[in-house]
Design a binder for this molecule. Sequence first.
Ligand SMILES: Nc1ncnc2c1ncn2[C@@H]1O[C@H](COP(=O)(O)OP(=O)(O)OP(=O)(O)O)[C@@H](O)[C@H]1O
Ligand SMILES: [Mg+2]
Length: 399
Amino acid sequence: MEKDSAGMNQAAHQFRCPRCGNIGEYSGKAGERLIVTCDSCKTKGRVTIPGIAEPPSTNGNAIEITHLRKLFKDFPAVDDVSFYVKKGEIFGLLGPNGAGKSTIIRMLCTLTRPTAGVATVAGYDIVKQSGKVRTHIGLVSEKMIMYEQLTARENLKLFGKLYNLPNDFLNKRIDELLAFVRMEKWADHRINTFSTGMKQRINVIRALVNQPEILFLDEPTLGLDPQSTAEIRELTKRINTENGTTIILTTHIMFEAEALCKRMGIIDHGKIVALDTPANLKKLVSGTDVSTFEIEVSNLEPRMMTSVQSLGSVKSLIQEDSNHLLVRTTGNDAFDDIVDSLRKNGAKVRMVKNLEPSLEDVFLHLTGREAREKVTENTPSSSVGPGHGPGRRRPKRIR
Ligand SMILES: Nc1ncnc2c1ncn2[C@@H]1O[C@H](COP(=O)(O)OP(=O)(O)OP(=O)(O)O)[C@@H](O)[C@H]1O
Ligand SMILES: [Mg+2]
């Protein structure tokens, strides 16, 4: 049996003419419909090639992207991007606002066509086989797609119907999915009575109705409170481990990316600027003179922070609470400069700790977006401080 370029089975099949009984041979792809002509009496007939089309070969990759570009007029929103995502992995796409994350996702989900380049999703070409791609994917986009006046079950049924799923299968699938997110008892309640976190749980399982091999999550925790964020994070993990679903996740939350993703690509101005495991990405910073110091000052005052912030070696300063500062620096003299500056301003320095580089350090190092926080008088800014070290403080959303 031969295979064509799309990986479909090519085989010779026999056709018995219903009029004269002559047996002819024809070839085609499994599942393909053909119109054939009897060699003897020239009668035309329709036949469907038996068998199911084999999925194309994918080299163990769920997604392969080669030199993908998307121009909006002259503006390159995605600029020569190439990477692959292995089957069964959670892959992160990180980048500042407008970096091109959603445009990549939209191209892979066949919602917008690339200007140039090639990509396959589940082995299918995103342009030439867009219909096939769609049957293998689920998408949770930045905007929640739900009908507020319908119940959870009605919403799920509606989306299942778009995939032409038979009723029996669909009803069973919906029950399974509702149980998966512990929402069975809310099945027949309207979406507009749900909290944002509950809506997002339904929104995520909506994207799973067709049992996709690959799930795209474009900022799935945006706008959720910490409890719901944790729930969606756990759900993402379970979808991956229990169903083996490949997941592409975009997020601004470094902690989230680190907790979930095996590998991640950092994208800026439409280009991938780094792609590796979180551990290897951190090595990019640890080999440089970029450091982050946590400093405890028992009598911390705004003028002390202003003087530290004005030092050339200081890249950013965040006040964590009434006694603690986080200071990102470059250069080997930074430590001495900071301590000198604080002492000159009468600071009682209790402790200085050099923190391990975080993913956020890598992100800022690569994208060069120094989110310099303004030191506001007596206002602890812990809620917007970057997350250095696991679980130490709330992760920052880089915008
Ligand atoms: N339909 C469009 N028409 C014109 N420009 C667009 C369009 N969609 C996106 N862009 C531009 O392309 C760039 C990339 O946008 P994209 O939405 O992919 O970024 P993003 O990384 O997802 O950002 P965010 O973090 O804000 O979601 C932006 O500059 C955006 O303004
Ligand atoms: Mg986006």
